[in-house]
Unconditional design. Structure first.
Length: 164
C-alpha cells in the first residue's frame, strides 16, 4: 500500500516547518518522481518562504544541460545511482539561492528495470550548503505509483531526519 496523499502532505508540512525554523531554503531535482516532491511541498500554504522550486530532469540530456551532471558519471554509473543524485543536488544548489537540495532518480516501472537495477530501485541525495552530501539507495515494492509515492515519502523523511 502506497503512502496516502494525507501522509505525504503531513511530511511536507513537517519539512516546511523545519526549513522555516532553521531559515533554510530548499530546491529539488527530480527524475522518476516527476515533480511530485515539489507538488506536495507547494500544497502547503506559505511554502514560498522555504521552497525555491525544482527541476524535473527526466532524461540524461536534461540532467546534463540543466544540472551539470557529467556524461562520464552517467556512462559509468547510470542515471539511477548515488553519484548521479549527488551531482543533481549540486547542480540544483548551484543554479539557485537554496541552502539545501534534494535529488531523486529511480526506476519506477513497470518497464525499464534490469537485473542490476530492478524496478523499484530509487536513489535519493541531499546536499547542505556546508558541503554535507548524503545519498541512499532504496528498493520499493509496488507498481509505478507506489514506487513513486514511496520515493517521495522517503525523500521527505530523510530531509526531516537531516534537519532535526
Amino acid at each position: 500500500m502506497r503512502p496516502e496523499e494525507s501522509e505525504l502532505i503531513a511530511l511536507a508540512a513537517q519539512t516546511g516547518a523545519l526549513l522555516e525554523s532553521g531559515g533554510r531554503m530548499l530546491v529539488t531535482a527530480e527524475s522518476c518522481t516527476g515533480g511530485w516532491v515539489g507538488k506536495v511541498l507547494t500544497d502547503i500554504p506559505g511554502s514560498s518562504a522555504w521552497y525555491i522550486g525544482g527541476l524535473i530532469t527526466y532524461s540524461n540530456a536534461m540532467k546534463q544541460v540543466l544540472l551539470g551532471v557529467l556524461a562520464d558519471t552517467l556512462n559509468t554509473h547510470g542515471a539511477v545511482s548515488e553519484p548521479v543524485v549527488r551531482e543533481m543536488a549540486h547542480g540544483a544548489m548551484e543554479c539557485s539561492e537554496a541552502n539545501i537540495a534534494l535529488a531523486i532518480s529511480g526506476v519506477a516501472g513497470p518497464g525499464g528495470g534490469t537485473a542490476e537495477k530492478p524496478v523499484g530501485l530509487v536513489c535519493i541525495g541531499w546536499l547542505l550548503d556546508d558541503g554535507t552530501a548524503l545519498q541512499t539507495t532504496c528498493r520499493f515494492p509496488g507498481d509505478r505509483e507506489e514506487v513513486r509515492a514511496r520515493a517521495v515519502a522517503a525523500a521527505l523523511r530523510g530531509l526531516i531526519e537531516l534537519l532535526s
